[in-house]
Write a protein that binds this ligand. Structure first.
Ligand SMILES: [Zn+2]
Length: 305
């Protein structure tokens, strides 16, 4: 299995506090590092939790509320300060580039590296990035301004791993080994068919991570996130505050659990924790009777997917 790991840099809602930074996380998938959201103070959190900022080539911004992107101008300038050469791809809603330009007062051409902006403007799920080992897509959420969730999916590896014991018994030649790795059966010199399973290990299940930054309860997302390995869903409000949550474009911990259950996800992470919630255990208590495998994330929380 290739490395597929998520590290939360900031997990609080609205403003940074002594307990939590604001939204940002980094996903390592094989050799690539993707950042999703970049709230104020993200650079400090990267240093605190051992994320090398230079490794990141892709940044995805869910929406233009400050707690999700006010860290980005600083990070872009730091890259210039350290003479970054590698291009950087930034995906985000309309006006992200204009907002950054307004803050930074630079023509992008003066930077030491090239930025490629990819504007997200869609009302349906949309593929954003298609790499050798993984792909990233986005889908619209229901918030007060245009907001997008992200789905990072591992791709099925093209080759099977072969069993040494079987190779020792049948001693296939090099071209047959290549064919076995692709999943073909083995034909013996006298025409007997030995099924591929005798030679190969089953492929590992495909892993995926879905991130719903800020959203009102949106049960129709079931079709987009059905069966994902790990779902990170915002839980800004507590059970019983549904009306308030809806008016602000947010969800309760129970609603997050209901979507996780309906979508048959394997694990639920609750994030975007309000500074008003002093004991995160309350969020767990709200969710766990509906969806048992629930965790509240904290700054520095890291998970192998
Ligand atoms: Zn927001």
């Amino acid at each position: 299995m290739i490395p597929f790991k998520v590290t939360f840099l900031g997990t609080g809602a609205g403003l940074p506090t002594l307990q939590r930074g604001v939204s940002s996380l980094v996903i390592q998938i094989n050799r690539e590092y993707l950042m999703i959201d970049c709230g104020e103070g993200t650079q400090i959190q990267m240093q605190r939790f051992g994320i090398k900022s230079g490794q990141i080539n892709y940044i995805f911004i869910s929406h233009l509320h400050g707690d999700h992107f006010f860290g980005l101008p600083g990070l872009l300038f730091t890259y210039h300060l350290f003479s970054r050469q590698k291009p950087l791809h930034i995906y985000g809603p309309e006006n992200l580039e204009a907002s950054l330009k307004a803050v930074m007062h630079v023509d992008w051409s003066v930077l030491s590296y090239k930025i490629f902006f990819h504007t997200i403007n869609t009302e349906i799920p949309l593929d954003l990035l298609d790499e050798k080992d993984f792909k990233v897509s986005c889908f619209p959420l229901k918030h007060r301004i245009p907001t997008f969730g992200f789905l990072v999916e591992e791709k099925e590896p093209p080759f099977f791993k072969l069993r040494k014991e079987a190779l020792n018994v049948w001693k296939p030649d090099v071209s047959t080994i290549r064919s076995l790795r692709l999943g073909n059966d083995f034909i013996t010199p006298n025409g007997e068919v030995i099924p591929n399973e005798v030679f190969s290990y089953p492929k590992d299940p495909i892993r995926s991570f879905a991130y719903l930054s800020d959203t009102a309860y949106l049960p129709e997302l079931k079709s987009v996130i059905e069966g994902v390995t790990v779902l990170c869903h915002e839980a800004t409000y507590l059970k019983g505050e549904e009306e308030n949550a809806l008016s602000k474009g947010h969800s309760t911990a129970l609603q997050a659990a209901e979507l996780a259950k309906a979508s048959n996800v394997k694990k639920l992470l609750l994030g975007h924790v309000s500074p008003k919630i002093l004991d995160p255990q309350t969020l767990i208590e709200n969710a766990i009777s509906t969806f048992e495998n629930t965790t509240v994330v904290f700054d520095g929380f890291s998970l192998e997917i």
